[in-house]
Design a protein around this ligand. Structure first.
Ligand code: SAM
Length: 285
């Protein structure tokens, strides 16, 4: 596949775009291993983000009934249209995933929650993850390849430097599992960093997330972002920086949550953050 992808790009006058995070998988067996993790049947429609030259798309089309393939690069769309090189059950769409309408994607997926697979352009990992969190009710699972460092942040435990806003926010909707590590030699062109494939399971909602009760997700994000944004500051000072309530009222909220004002954000569990958001919400009303 390596030589093929290089030659194909050259023939078509295309160069791998850095801006679009184009690092194409070059070994068929690696693509197949990733697809095997997804466990698809011919009843399934799977949504692939970033089709590229089709390394994952082809084995996906073999395993699933239908592949909805999103691709932002018009040069790549043209290439597949001209070459007719993708299997018939692939529905290729020229679409930036960050602007996608998830209701529409669910409809195209026979009204079923989305099964997503992506070798992500690293430049969009963060907005894409927050999009998944926002759209979690529309998603069954996502198997995604991303920068190993980002994957480790999503899997991090409280009290570590990797633990942060995405860990907490994702924890409210999904469980995260490490599937495999992937080295730079698996791509053309080679990225400077290591990669990892992880699975995010949204449905059923993980027990831990279901036990959280009702909370205002937007408020939680404001709280988590402001406190982690000021990582070295105390919880009280971090919270105060969000400008939601006076310091005195915030001190009372922290007390009610049975915390010390001097505690740091990275020591708080998901459950404690949610509890704090619930308390602060009552004071905002
Ligand atoms: N799936 C292919 C593979 O594994 O070899 C390509 C993976 S490459 C890392 C990422 C692909 O996503 C590229 O083809 C790129 O053009 C496309 N892409 C980049 N930004 C995108 C976006 N916002 N929406 C959809 N596709 C995007």
């Amino acid at each position: 596949m390596y030589q093929k992808s290089k030659t194909l790009l050259k023939e078509q006058g295309l160069a791998a775009s850095k801006k679009l995070g184009q690092n194409f998988l070059v070994h068929e067996h690696t693509a197949q291993r990733i697809v095997d993790f997804v466990e698809l049947s011919k009843e399934d429609t799977v949504l692939e983000i970033g089709v590229g030259l089709g390394a994952l798309t082809r084995p996906l089309a073999e395993a699933a009934g239908q592949v909805l393939g999103l691709e932002a690069d018009s040069g790549i769309i043209r290439l597949h249209e001209e070459q007719g090189d993708l299997p018939e059950n692939v529905h290729l769409m020229h679409q930036d995933v960050l602007k996608a309408d998830y209701d529409e994607l669910v409809q195209l997926s026979q009204g079923k929650k989305l099964k997503i697979i992506a070798n992500l352009p690293y430049s969009i990992s963060s907005p894409f993850l927050f999009q998944l969190i926002e759209q979690h009710e529309q998603i069954d699972f996502a198997v995604i390849m991303l920068q190993k460092e980002v994957a480790l942040r999503l899997l991090a435990q409280p009290g570590t430097k990797e633990y942060g806003v995405p860990t907490v926010m994702l924890g409210t909707v999904a469980t995260v599992k490490m599937l495999m590590h992937v080295g730079p030699e698996e791509f053309h062109p080679r990225p400077k960093v290591d990669s990892a494939v992880i699975r995010l399971s949204f449905d059923p909602l993980p027990e831990r997330a279901a036990a959280l009760g009702n909370f205002d997700r937007k408020l939680l994000k404001t709280i988590v972002s402001s406190t982690f944004g000021q990582r070295r500051k105390t919880l009280l000072n971090g919270l105060a920086s969000a400008g939601l309530l006076s310091k005195d009222v915030l001190r009372e909220c922290i007390n009610e949550a049975e915390l010390l004002p001097s505690v740091r954000a990275e020591q708080l569990t998901l459950e404690t953050f949610v509890r704090l958001a619930q308390i602060i919400k009552t004071r905002l009303a």
